[in-house]
Design a protein around this ligand. Structure first.
Ligand code: ATP
Ligand code: MG
Length: 397
């Protein structure tokens, strides 16, 4: 296998190797490269302990962010690369990853502590691929499979249950049957995982290119991760529908969450709060769900009303979530191209014009809304004279 590594990575590996410490790239970058995808970051593992990394890489800027776990971060030309000592995890308590680690001397031991075969490969420019657990074969078979006994691996660290589903979704792989049934059996241990981490994994899973891979057969896992999902997860038909909706939605966090929660709008807010979602995402989901019943057809006035209420971005999202169909989306885009008037701010008359006409206080706002309504319904053009004219007419406000 020919793996072209960035110069920065090669120089870090060279520095370590020249000092006598074998070094490899490992994990996600090897997986992504074998899958023909561009790796988004390169992790290095080595036998050197952090103080030995420092001594071997004198010219480099090394940050000690994860030093307690054997990780230094090298910053080269603005990009960062994690370098981690070969290690195994300490004792697992409460189904969570341990705080302590133990350094080891063999790459094989380090690979064995990793979660899935596709993530447990390393590469060295001279030695080539190191793949003791058949990760390459699993990539060919498109399978997410635990390294070792899946029940034991999930028992050690409950987060792996969600990681399995997430990698299935992001790689468009199936979860290998023994791994899948162990994941389902380990559901209850998710109660031990911090909710922020659950949210992070679920959002990655939802935003993936093939979310159905991690959702369809795993309703009980999702209900254990976010108990508010239970009403959906316990009903086969509703769950299947939710999964289809997620797959069809645009891939932003808010839209995918909205798609998942479409059928249980009243539970959405609590569920996202419970998982410590940021306010912006939560409010976006709530706004989209609140507009569920809003009429959305290709007629101009209908679309202008939606734009008035939601703004262009959320209207587009809603059309997509509703699967309202191509004509509606095309009509919306054509309308937006005209810079239409759908908000009081777009009107050709301003509050000051109304004050000049003698209107006062709340009347001003009400009149502007009435004018907007007339423009949206096509009763008057959005031109200053036309608007002033109807204001002076008999049925002004
Ligand atoms: P991504 O593309 O999402 O970054 P990744 O494979 O790099 O994928 P990370 O979460 O960044 O995933 O972790 C890096 C590597 O560390 C993984 O490839 C895996 O080998 C190992 N790893 C991470 N989390 C765990 C875990 N909970 N249990 C075992 N190994 C893990
Ligand atoms: Mg990574």
């Amino acid at each position: 296998m020919d793996f072209v590594l960035p110069t920065a990575v090669l120089s870090l590996m060279d520095g370590l190797e020249l000092a006598g410490y074998p070094a490899y790239v490992v994990g996600g970058c090897v997986r992504d490269r074998l899958m023909g995808r561009a790796p988004h970051d390169f992790d290095i593992c080595t036998v050197a302990a952090p103080h030995q990394m420092r001594a071997s890489l004198p010219g480099f800027r090394l940050l000690s962010t994860g030093e307690a776990h054997g990780t230094l971060t090298a910053v080269v030309a603005g990009a960062s690369y994690e370098i981690t000592t070969f290690r195994i995890d300490g004792e697992y308590a409460d189904h969570r990853r341990p705080d302590s680690v133990r350094y080891v001397s063999e790459l094989g031991q380090d690979l064995a502590r990793r979660d899935f075969t596709i993530n447990a490969m390393a590469y060295h420019p001279c030695q080539g691929l190191v793949d003791p657990f058949g990760g390459r074969e699993d990539i060919a078979q498109r399978l997410v499979r635990c390294v070792g006994d899946p029940a034991a691996r999930f028992e050690e660290d409950a987060l792996r249950v969600l990681r399995a589903l997430r990698f299935a979704a992001t790689c468009d792989f199936a979860v290998e049957p023994a791994t899948a049934s162990a994941a389902l059996a380990a559901c209850h241990t998710l109660a031990y995982v911090a909710r922020e981490r659950i949210l992070t994994e679920l959002t990655k899973l939802l935003r993936a290119s093939a979310p159905h891979r991690g959702l369809r057969d795993f309703a009980p896992v999702l209900a254990a991760a976010a108990p508010g999902l239970a009403p959906l997860a316990e009903n086969k038909e509703r769950w299947a529908q939710a999964v289809r909706r997620v797959c069809a939605a645009p891939d932003s966090a808010a839209e995918r969450w909205t798609a998942l929660l479409w059928d249980i709008p009243d539970a959405a807010c609590d569920l996202l709060r419970e998982l410590r979602s940021d306010n912006a995402t939560r409010q976006r989901v709530e706004a989209l769900l609140a507009a569920k019943e809003l009429s959305l057809t290709p007629e101009r006035a209908v679309l202008l009303r939606a734009l008035h209420r939601l703004g262009p971005q959320a209207t587009r999202q809603l059309v997509a979530l509703r699967q309202a169909g191509a004509p509606t989306l095309a009509a919306l885009e054509a309308l937006l191209n005209e810079n239409p008037c759908y908000s009081v701010a777009h009107l050709a008359v301003k509050g000051a014009d109304l004050l000049a006409l003698g209107l006062r206080g709340p009347e001003v706002g009400r009149t502007l809304e009435a004018l907007l309504d007339a423009v949206i319904e096509g009763r008057v053009e959005n031109r200053r004279e036309a608007l002033l004219h109807i204001l002076q007419g008999p049925c002004a406000h």
